[in-house]
Design a binder for this molecule. Structure first.
Ligand SMILES: Cc1cc2nc3c(=O)[nH]c(=O)nc-3n(C[C@H](O)[C@H](O)[C@H](O)COP(=O)(O)OP(=O)(O)OC[C@H]3O[C@@H](n4cnc5c(N)ncnc54)[C@H](O)[C@@H]3O)c2cc1C
Length: 286
């Protein structure tokens, strides 16, 4: 299907971006890589009167290490995150996750910020970034605020960003020394597809005693799942067979997977705890 007509503006300053947004109101959309927006417009699901490009705004692209976090500019393409020497050194599992997104063509164009703002629950970075306790920086006409990923995703393709806010950066706290992490994307079809289930784990401790752990599960409902019960079953204890099994089941509490080409809900409910368990074991062995 051909695209409906729309105006396209490239904002060069935040003032210009917010002014354009005021002019068009709800008829406008922020535009980064366009990989998700174009599909929605072609499918006749979205008809914005204007797209406002945010990639040329100041400080939107690039990666730098700050005092207590690694900052990824929202307009940084996935491929750049995956190849970044800083990310590969300090957060190799984050690099691995971005390298698992779709194909090279999508990774060259899609952006880290566009991925989180899109809030498709089948995406990969939301799961890993939740396990790493990342936050986003949102800028509106009245200033800036930080939103932890646990509070960003509110529903299927929905976030707590206000309509006029621009996601400008992702901040990943520098992991505590000896943090172990793992990401597993399970998919039965070709490697460039969305996951049936994806799991990320970040933990401190070892095979004798888990000191702290964050387990995030994606593709199993409207938003990334985290279960306080699953994590507390392991903290302060040895991750033995029985505990791993109980924690893996608890980690998917509240899951409500869809029927799609990647499996039936019943199949996904069987597979997910196995992948959670493998991800914990992989992190322990890292
Ligand atoms: C064929 C294909 C396969 C894919 N496979 C995977 C996969 O395996 N794993 C995975 O994780 N993802 C996958 N994706 C999703 C891809 O990662 C997203 O399409 C991409 O990250 C969206 O980024 P974008 O920069 O293109 O966003 P856009 O399409 O530009 O925007 C997406 C949404 O976010 C909003 N938005 C964009 N930037 C901002 C901003 N800075 N502030 C506020 N709102 C903003 C837009 O208004 C729009 O609503 C796939 C996509 C395609 C097309």
């Amino acid at each position: 299907m051909s695209l409906p007509p729309f105006a396209y503006h490239v904002a060069r300053s935040f003032e210009e971006a917010f002014e354009l947004r005021r002019q068009y109101g709800d008829e406008a959309r922020w535009f980064s890589g366009g990989t998700a927006l174009m599909l929605l417009m072609r499918a006749d699901l979205l008809h914005p009167a204007a797209l406002i490009g945010v990639c040329a705004l100041p400080d939107m692209r690039g990666i730098r290490v700050e005092r207590d976090c690694v900052r990824i500019g929202a307009a940084t393409p996935h491929a750049e995150v995956a190849a970044s020497p800083e990310i590969r050194r300090l957060l190799p599992v984050v690099a691995e996750t971005f390298n698992h997104i779709a194909t090279r063509r999508v990774r060259n164009v899609g952006t880290a910020g566009g991925n989180l703002a899109h809030a498709n629950p089948h995406q990969d970075p939301p799961t890993t970034l939740t396990a790493f306790n990342a936050r986003v920086v949102a800028r509106g006409a009245n200033g800036e605020r930080r939103i932890p990923l646990d509070g960003l995703f509110t529903g299927y393709f929905e976030t707590s960003l206000q309509r006029e806010e621009i996601l400008t950066a992702i901040e990943i706290p520098l992991p505590a020394p000896r943090t172990r992490a793992a990401f597993i994307k399970f998919l039965p079809r070709s490697h460039d597809d969305y996951a049936t289930v994806n799991v990320a784990v970040c933990l401190t401790g070892n095979a004798k005693k888990v000191e702290g752990i964050r387990i995030a599960v994606g593709s199993m409902g409207a938003t990334v799942l985290r279960s306080a019960e699953a994590e507390s079953l392991l903290v302060g204890r040895a991750p033995d067979e029985a505990r791993l099994k109980d924690a893996a089941r608890a980690a998917i509490q509240g899951a409500d997977p869809e029927l799609d080409s990647r499996g039936s809900p019943a199949y996904k409910m069987q597979v997910a705890p196995v992948i959670v368990r493998r991800a914990i074991e992989k992190a322990l062995a890292a």
